[in-house]
Design a protein around this ligand. Sequence first.
Ligand code: ADP
Ligand code: MG
Length: 252
Amino acid sequence: MGAGMKPLLVESVTKNFGGFNALNGVTLDFEPGERRAIIGPNGAGKTTLFNVITGVLPPSAGRVVLFGRDVTRLPMHRRSALGLARTFQINTLFPKLTITENVALAVQAQTRLRYVCYRPWRAYRALTERCDALLTAWGLWDLRDARVSELSYGDQRQVEIVLAMATQPKVLLLDEPTAGLSTAETAVVTALIKQLDPSITIVLIEHDMDVALHLAERITVLHYGEKVAEGSPEEIKTNPLVAEIYLGAGLT
Ligand code: ADP
Ligand code: MG
């Protein structure tokens, strides 16, 4: 990575759904290791932004640049090979499989891309070692044989973050990782996010203003598909337009 190269750049991105602009000329850039929150009322275009960054949806206009490389037309798996990972607003775990099996699938999906020429037994040993390391590092060892469906929702959300980490991302996008969690569960997930490798660039969509203010060094506010404010937590907290948007939307 060259000096000063941005891990992620979103340039003038517009996404149109049948005449409706879910995103309208959004430009964002991110520093290596930055913690950024994206906030804004429901329907502001936050998830659409993640879909365009990851390649789930093509933008109607604009560019996405990962580590200096224009990826706007690259499929999802090519972007993940460059170090991009995400979690979803809704749970995407396999409920009938155990935690170990879910982690193994995520690790295997990545190793297939990288170590295709490994002999099977070596690939298998590498896979189990990597799974065990992840489960231990993230405090999931005791839960390894539990089925996802047996876990609390808070534990499931933690497992999703660990799965995203299984791909060893350099840029990690988290879509509302604390949605639907109790205060206690939110605290656990927030602590987990804080512990992630500081060299990873983390972009977090967050509905909970307290969590956003706590985790992020910089906050971007989207409203009706446009970037309406960006700044430090202090600047955003005292921004009258942001207060108005949040009051208007009936959020706190
Ligand atoms: P947020 O995540 O900020 O709540 P979204 O990005 O999910 O908002 O949605 C932004 C707007 O785009 C909403 O009005 C939503 O209904 C619309 N939208 C999102 N995805 C699609 C889609 N695939 N087709 C049509 N409209 C969509
Ligand atoms: Mg959303």
